[in-house]
Design a protein around this ligand. Sequence first.
Ligand SMILES: NC(=O)c1ccc[n+]([C@@H]2O[C@H](COP(=O)([O-])OP(=O)(O)OC[C@H]3O[C@@H](n4cnc5c(N)ncnc54)[C@H](OP(=O)(O)O)[C@@H]3O)[C@@H](O)[C@H]2O)c1
Length: 383
Amino acid sequence: MPGDFPTDERHTRRALALAGRGRGSVEPNPMVGAVVVDAAGAVVGEGWHERFGGPHAEVNAFAAAGEKARGGTLYVTLEPCCHHGKTPPCTDAVLRSGVRRVVAAMADPFPKVAGGGIGLLRAAGLDVTVGVGEADAWELNAPYLKLLATGTPWVIAKWAMTLDGKIATRTGDSKWISGEESRRRVHELRGRVDAIIVGRGTVIADDPLLTARPPGPRVAARVVLSASGELPERCQLRTTAREAPVIVYTTAGNEGKLAGWAADGAEVMAVRVADSRRESGREESLSARATHPTEILSDLGRRRFTNILVEGGAGVLGSFLDAGAIDEAHVYLAPRLVGGAAAPTPVGGVGVERIAEAFQFGRTEVEVVGGDVFVRCRRAVTS
Ligand SMILES: NC(=O)c1ccc[n+]([C@@H]2O[C@H](COP(=O)([O-])OP(=O)(O)OC[C@H]3O[C@@H](n4cnc5c(N)ncnc54)[C@H](OP(=O)(O)O)[C@@H]3O)[C@@H](O)[C@H]2O)c1
């Protein structure tokens, strides 16, 4: 029962769209979607992985299809699992369903699967095709795949700026640069990530709460970077540290200065200091004592955080860019001019010397959001 490519592509595209419905609810699991088509080519079941620990996409799609799956085809965006995790192996459900063909967009590099699911289904006599829509499947699960490959989360850098490239005025005022609709989108994103990072400068200038309002499917840890440990005694993050997690990354020796934050419920973590002069090969640096973003990301990865959002300011974004640690940028461009040579631009740090050395994103999407222009760029992912 061989398939034809346009039909396989069409059903795979639908399965990928279904998979996306799990965004923010399934991590650190991958987003997965499935479509069951009967022997006559009619769609008889659809499903997706809806929440972490819940049934997998295939199981939900087979539940919808019932006996109609027999003799048909399963389209799935990721290789069916063949191990007992939080749920039984999906390969069992595939064999029980009676489908004769499986089309998987990509193999799952998860070590306990890694081709085992495909092998098991082929050994049972099913016709298995792998790789239809593979590039889109990698793109969809880039954060899951990065965490698996590197042990570090996917980093989304976000800022709002004026048409003249300023993230605040020369006095540090930044409320609000972007419009209401853009800010609503940012809150939606906050509700889907595992952590939101800001620097000491932003805590002092803006006193942000960094929660998602209204709440989303997950509650992000709120993370503050301060190599000096000189954080304010009174601010919203500190007073709400028992309501939603707060983590402070600092350098060793600041525990005393941050004892009040710890007493109020924040987790204070000392991490390795970056030798930014040596690493950048230049004398200037954001701070000779800045902590290393890679160290912070490794710690967040150990917590199985899949997506993190870096909200600024310029110092933090600069240190992430200098470390090559940005995977995606969300930029809201507001049709305003504030001027001022001293008004900050979005990304500080050391930067590169030549345009040829500039960090180049892969995909770019542009959209008008309310009265702003929204630009979303992503690092190229390779399958
Ligand atoms: N428009 C927007 O989207 C937006 C968003 C955020 C902020 N802002 C604006 O940006 C301005 C603040 O920017 P900023 O550059 O002054 O402040 P920032 O980036 O928020 O904070 C800089 C400070 O963060 C700490 N830091 C940065 N990288 C670090 C690292 N790798 N390890 C440890 N600590 C690190 C350092 O603190 P220590 O000095 O303690 O070492 C550094 O001095 C404000 O005016 C704010 O309103 C605008």
